[in-house]
Design a protein. Structure first.
Length: 260
């Protein structure tokens, strides 16, 4: 009963995160609301298939699906292997291929806590301007690096706007993933000095740009995020590739010239 009760509390927490009523979840999972109520209160023990179905309907991250299975008394379903594991060799090669192919524009691979996994040569060249080299020692948190006054922050022309974008994105990630470690990261970022400008920028833009003032010139980027499709490994499901594209012809020319 204790394990079932813990499962019910965890299930209710995720249902609340997804802003779903008991009836909403029951309908989507194709069960009765009464049965779902019994599961959440511990009066009914869910089968393994039921736990999996509920986690899929709630679109829970793979790591959290394992946690839900454990809370119901079942073994974890998804493995969490290191990127060095031979079974993930093809995935690691794909990451390196994507990063290298994006040169001369910057690109990086990160884990769910924004720790740098890999970066292409273009990004490494840009980071050479960072004053505090200890910020470049592994493990590197790219959000702290970008907003730190001794890191990349002095070179971001629209720092207020970029900081607002980063913090909003991190809050959304916290809500979607349920990852408590992101709360500490958010607190650390909010404690860093904030610029005087409001950070709202020009709402006429079609995206939030990253504008840099570097010795090589003024650069402007927009970014895209790539994730693995249909992963069944926890580690693989949590990796994201951030690729930055030139937002204007001047940026494109400067980076292509620097590469040449």
């Amino acid at each position: 009963m204790t394990a079932t009760h813990a499962f019910g509390e965890l299930l209710k927490d995720w249902r609340a995160r997804r802003r779903m009523s008991q009836l909403d979840l029951a309908l989507d999972a194709e069960i009765s609301q009464k049965h779902l109520s019994f599961i959440e209160t511990g009066r009914s023990v869910p089968s393994r298939d039921m736990v999996i179905r509920l986690s899929e309907v709630l679109d829970m991250p793979l790591r959290e699906r394992n946690r839900l299975l454990n809370a119901a008394g079942y073994a974890a379903m998804y493995l969490a292997r290191s990127l060095d594991d031979p079974s993930l060799a093809a995935a690691r090669a794909a990451i390196d291929q994507l990063l290298d192919a994006h040169d001369p524009y910057p690109a990086l691979a990160i884990d769910p806590h924004w720790t740098l996994i890999a970066a292409n040569q273009s990004l490494q060249n840009l980071l050479a301007v960072v004053a505090d080299k200890t910020l470049l020692e592994p493990p590197i948190n790219v959000l702290k690096l970008s907003l730190h006054p001794e890191g990349f922050a002095p070179f971001i022309a629209n720092l207020g706007q970029w900081r607002t974008h980063i913090l909003m994105r991190l809050r959304h990630q916290m809500q979607a993933s349920g990852d408590g470690a992101l709360s500490q990261l958010l607190a650390d970022l909010e404690a860093l000095p904030a610029p005087e400008d409001s950070g709202h920028g020009d709402f006429g833009d079609v995206y939030v740009p990253l504008k840099l003032r570097l010795p090589m010139g003024e650069l402007s980027f927009f970014s895209t995020t790539t994730v693995f499709g249909a992963p069944f490994d926890v580690t693989l499901s949590e990796i994201a590739i951030e690729a930055f594209f030139p937002a204007d012809a001047a940026t494109q020319a400067i980076l292509r010239g620097a590469s040449a």
